[in-house]
Design a protein around this ligand. Structure first.
Ligand code: HEM
Length: 512
């Protein structure tokens, strides 16, 4: 009898182990596999910084390999060409997103999913189409008054604070408000008038925390279901969800009241609310609101902040002087401040923001994908339903594609540059739909900054910026790079001209 009980216990343990050690997709023949531990797979080896760890593994295994993260099997691409092959050539097959426990079941249980986290279905297609229409070239041009006002406000604040180039300034709060206001105005027709406002602080803090719950390296319970029995992480996610519900509800209700009182400003949500023929239901509209707030809040300002940091270095100052000369060549009458709102005519500044996007690739691991059809890669058959991770940072630093990728060099984007310039915006069917808006924001901001100021390093060298694309990140587990705090100085090139330009934006803002 005892013997039978022992056998039963052993069989039960074996079955339990088999169950806990199983993966959603079985081993894929023909794709190298990273080593790992039972149940946890490669989670320990991946550590905090997935991009860095995966690049190390790629040196042994080649650019494409499979890893196990707990019970998930994931195919990872780590080079420019392999990303192109999987994300662009197979774009129809790679059009979905995986559902992850913490983000999809806890954080999103009340407001629904943003577009960037939605699996591919009819609702996702419809929301993506509505948002893409609101972010296409003509639509973005109609938003330029918003970018005029917000870049003017941020630069005006910097001018007031700069003490003619003698003060070391932390620009992060100014840039956060710039990005948030752009999203709030586009989406709700509302803005925050002070960089230190409580609502601004709350949104920045909560969206930062939400991003942590989306990060692949920060949520082991998404991969090891057994860990979900410890509720601490889910409780923290719930509290963030409730704080987020509060301000999203407040913003939507405020807009609804403004519509009733006819005091609303033109905006995307207002247009949907007022249009009886709009095909989106309330939940889908909320999803678009959520998307607009979360997608632009960190990405755009982080690129501007990191770009400013680089420009303040000795090499960056050479780049500034060249950009300044090229702006003057195109605009000898000194009207670059206004003209950058309607045209993008300084190729060196376009090349500069492309290089900032590549060099600092702020989504190191892009956003995860899931295949909806079988994919054939190098003779291997990767089944539908497999998760795919793009090591975008590795793709953007691929020595087989970029000459001297570790050098910051805008020149690489001058002249004929066919194809995908970088993977900062992802690639293929689910590529970023805000890229055009983001590019216009980056171009306008850098034209105005470089035309108005000499950006210099801080007097107090302890605040000097970290320049390296990977080391600049203060939180390696974050979904979007979190710049290490630094300070720099802004020396106005000509105060009189500056006041004149600011005045022109101020007058336009009053009329807007
Ligand atoms: C410099 C700024 C930005 C960067 C670096 C960036 C980066 C990205 C990346 C890497 C993805 C995932 C793409 C993929 O899976 O291939 C993405 C998706 C997305 N982005 Fe952006 N983004 C930026 C700005 C914006 C802005 C301003 C908006 C809108 C206001 C926006 C809206 C979206 C949306 C809606 C998606 C999801 C697309 C989908 O899943 O179909 N992004 N972005």
């Amino acid at each position: 009898m005892m013997f039978l009980v022992c056998i039963a216990v052993i069989v039960a343990i074996c079955l339990l182990f088999k169950f806990l050690n199983a993966t959603d997709i079985p081993y894929i023949h023909g794709i190298p596999e990273a080593s790992g531990l039972p149940i946890f797979g490669s989670l320990f080896e991946l550590g905090d910084n997935h991009s860095k760890a995966l690049s190390r593994m790629a040196k042994k295994l080649g650019p494409v390999f499979q890893i196990r993260m707990g019970n998930r099997r994931i195919v990872v691409a780590n080079s420019y060409d392999s990303i192109k092959e999987l994300w662009i050539k197979n774009q129809t097959a790679l059009s979905s997103r995986p559902a992850l426990h913490t983000f999809h079941s806890v954080i999103s249980s009340s407001q629904g999913l943003s577009i960037g986290t939605s699996p591919w279905d009819d609702s996702c297609k419809q929301r993506r189409k509505a948002a893409a229409t609101a972010l296409n070239k003509p639509a973005v041009q109609s938003y330029m008054p918003i970018i005029d006002l917000e870049s003017y406000t941020a630069i005006n604040e910097i001018l007031r604070e700069c003490d003619d180039g003698k003060a070391d300034i932390n620009i992060i709060p100014h840039l956060q408000r710039f990005a948030l206001n752009t999203s709030l105005t586009l989406n709700y027709g509302t803005r925050i008038s002070n960089s230190f406002d409580q609502l601004l602080k709350e949104i920045v803090e909560v969206e930062g925390a939400v991003a942590q719950f989306r990060s692949a390296s920060n949520n082991w319970q998404d991969y090891v279901p057994l860990l979900r029995i410890f509720p601490a992480r889910s409780n923290a996610a719930n509290s963030i969800r409730l704080r987020r519900d509060r301000y999203l509800g407040y913003l939507l209700e405020k807009l609804k009241k403004e519509i009733v009182n006819s005091t609303d400003k033109p905006c995307i949500t207002g247009n949907i609310l007022k249009d009886p023929a709009a095909k989106l239901c309330e939940a889908e509209m909320k999803s678009i609101c959520l998307t607009m707030i979360s997608a632009a809040l960190e990405t755009v300002p982080t690129n501007i902040i990191l770009g400013i940091g680089y420009l303040s270095s000795p090499h960056g100052q050479e780049i500034q002087e060249r950009a300044y000369r090229e702006i003057q060549d195109v605009y000898p009458d000194g009207d670059a401040w206004d003209r950058c709102l309607t045209e993008e005519r300084v190729p060196y500044v376009t090349a500069l923001y492309k290089e900032i996007l590549r060099y600092y690739t702020v989504h190191h691991m892009s956003l995860p994908r899931q295949s909806i059809q079988e994919i054939h890669y190098n003779g291997a058959r990767i089944p539908a339903g497999t998760s795919f991770y793009m090591n975008a940072f590795a793709g953007d630093y691929d020595e087989n594609h970029y000459q001297d990728p570790h050098a910051f060099n805008p020149d690489r984007y001058l002249g004929d540059t066919d194809g995908t310039p970088h993977y900062a915006y992802g690639a293929g069917t689910r590529m970023c739909i805000g890229a055009h808006l983001a590019n216009r924001e980056l171009y306008t901001f850098f034209i105005r900054l470089i035309f108005g100021f000499r950006i210099l390093g801080p007097l107090d060298k302890t605040y000097a910026p970290v320049l390296d694309g990977m080391e600049v990140n203060a939180v390696p587990t974050a979904l979007v790079v979190q710049p290490k705090m630094f300070k720099c100085r802004f020396e106005p090139r000509n105060r009189e001209d500056f006041e004149f330009w600011l005045d022109s934006s101020r007058q336009r803002a009053e009329n807007y």
